[in-house]
Design a protein around this ligand. Structure first.
Ligand code: CU
Length: 570
């Protein structure tokens, strides 16, 4: 009896030790959605046209968001890799106690987010598979099975012209409720694309107020207390007024045969891999974060919280698509070594990272190896592609897709906007011959000048600068440049970011409307020095704050003949 007991407890002990080690050292290799063929991620409005796929996507997302937050494949834990709660994922320790794993203002910005999205896609589609198995066996289940095999996460193209009569922000993202066909029948559910509900909200994970009281993700919150609601109308109108600028910027980036590091990251100098002050996909990407979150600190506004908002995943799928299209068009340029400009959970500022750097915490196999930028240049390794790259795509077919989607349109009278209401005109300037010259505002700013995210909003007409909520509808508003920074007072001086806001289309409209005599350089320059205003808006202020002296702001009208202005009123 005694022998038996000893033997038994020893065995239990061994099993316990085995389970402990298995749990402590089990590794989850990120596979993406592989094993079901390579299928395109679709634009959200295209996906919505496929009833079965879209139905499964919504049901899967709902189930994914409702998972136990202790599960490493839950929506909560995967979103949490990006910023808060600053915890290690899949047993991959960090070197800093603050910040998430994600690199920004970095040559690794685009590559790192690719396995991040692949992990999200893989975990979401596992939930979709579970739902398919709940449908009645036979024809119905088979139909959903084949829809699930083709389903990939959608992207939201915020740069293309919205379909006739629609807004840039698709309804699929803003409807609070949505109808689905579940295995139990037709239902109306809370739209999992509108907001993510923490279940439960773990205040220890959230850093501080108001994220410790906001039970669900918010866009442009109406207040900074527990009663805050999303201001969807403002989100929609701000995106509408920025689309033209985003549209023209994407075209500029796709048509610029520049090194990948130059178009992909907004960092400049300090050995970060890019020494050219120009536009970048990262800088364009910041604008969507800033507008979606809003200066009242909605989740998308801050790196720490942005990945919890469902729109993050559609936004970043579009950024990933930009990377895929650019890499397809310019196959000879890719990630080059670059010094990191910021500390994050896994890396320190100053370290040089390259295409062979492990992209943590994304394991590529169960031996503990990690995905590297060199291995993920082709998205099909994760089982997906994009519509423009299917059906035997060639350089010329991709180019024509980009022309169709993003080529700046010459203004026609139907697109004319009256920028100056009332009798005011700009007639003080002399006449000149028009030109095809392009004009853009080149913004060079200190990333951490204001100790957090900020946006610069540009105006060429009279808008009520005190009332931010009116800007989206004000025709004088020409575009914004957002600078996304971690919260929590992380400050690393000397990190410079750059971005461009094209204003050629706006100047054309002014010219057609009779407010600008010509597009000659001297005329435009004089006009800009009179009419160009900008407002810097920082999180935690409810109205625009005046431009701050600490922000190094270089505004260049035209590229050959730059003129500089100091901040208004300083
Ligand atoms: Cu990120």
């Amino acid at each position: 009896m005694l022998v038996f007991t000893t033997h038994s407890s020893g065995l239990i002990g061994l099993i316990w030790i085995f389970l402990f080690f298995q749990n402590a050292f089990s590794i989850h290799p990120v596979t993406g959605r592989t094993g079901h063929g390579v299928h395109p991620r679709l634009e959200i409005r295209e996906l919505a046209k496929d009833r079965d796929q879209f139905n499964l996507y919504l049901l899967g997302l709902q189930r994914f968001q409702a998972m136990d937050q202790n599960d490493m494949l839950s929506y909560y834990q995967i979103a949490g890799i990006h910023g808060r709660p600053y915890k290690e994922y899949d047993g991959v320790p960090g070197v800093h106690s603050s910040g998430g794993y994600c690199p920004h203002v970095s040559n690794m910005f685009m590559p790192w987010h690719r396995p991040f999205l692949a992990l999200f896609e893989e975990a979401l589609l596992r939930k979709v598979d579970e739902i398919v198995d709940q449908f009645p066996a036979g024809a119905t289940r088979n139909r959903y099975r084949s829809a699930a095999d083709k389903l990939r996460v959608p992207f939201w193209d915020w740069a293309m012209n919205a379909p006739q009569g629609e807004n840039v922000v698709p309804r699929q993202l803003t409807d609070e409720f949505v109808s689905v066909t579940s295995p139990n029948g037709d239902q109306t559910i809370s739209n999992p694309l509108y907001s993510y509900k923490f279940n439960p909200l773990n205040t220890n994970d959230m850093g501080g107020y108001p994220y410790t009281v906001w039970q669900n993700t918010l866009r442009r919150p109406t207040s900074r207390d527990g009663n805050a609601k999303s201001n969807t109308q403002q989100f929609v109108s701000m995106m509408d007024s920025n689309q033209k600028s985003l549209h023209d910027r994407m075209y500029g980036l796709f048509t610029r045969a520049a090194p990948f590091v130059e178009v992909s990251t907004e960092c400049v100098g300090n050995g970060c891999g890019n020494d050219v002050s120009h536009d970048s996909f990262e800088s364009v990407h910041d604008v969507i974060h800033i507008i979606s979150g809003g200066n009242t600190g909605g989740h998308m506004y801050l790196l720490d919280f942005s990945a919890f908002d469902p729109v993050f995943w559609l936004h970043h799928a579009n950024v990933d698509r930009a990377m895929a299209l650019f890499n397809f068009l310019y196959p000879d340029t890719y990630v080059e070594p670059g010094r990191q400009t910021q500390d994050n959970f896994q890396w320190s500022r100053g370290q040089v990272k390259n295409a062979w750097t492990p992209l943590k915490p994304f394991h590529s196999n169960s031996n503990g190896d990690f995905w590297m930028a060199k291995d993920i240049k082709d998205p099909s390794v994760f089982g997906y592609t994009y519509p423009e790259l299917t059906n035997g795509a060639t350089t010329s077919s991709v180019r024509s897709a980009i022309n169709r989607l993003y080529q700046p349109q010459s203004s026609s009278s139907s697109r004319r906007r009256s920028l100056f209401p009332g009798n005011s005109t700009v007639s003080v300037y002399t006449n000149g011959t028009g030109s095809d010259r392009e004009y853009m505002l080149n913004v060079v700013g200190e990333k951490f000048a204001l100790g957090g995210s900020y946006a610069i909003y540009f105006f060429l007409g009279e808008c009520d600068l005190e009332d931010m909520s009116s800007w989206g509808d004000c025709p004088g508003f020409v575009g914004a440049n957002g600078v996304l920074a971690p919260s929590g007072g992380v400050t690393m001086n000397g990190t410079t970011v750059t971005g461009l806001v094209p204003i050629t289309s706006a100047l054309h409209d002014l010219h057609l409307g009779g407010y600008l005599d010509s597009l000659d350089e001297d005329v435009v320059e004089a006009f800009l020095s009179l009419r160009l205003h900008w407002v810097v808006v920082k999180v935690r202020s409810n109205s625009g704050t005046s431009c701050q002296k600490s922000l190094s702001n270089t505004i260049e009208g035209g590229r050959r003949n730059p003129h500089r202005r100091s901040c208004p009123g300083t």
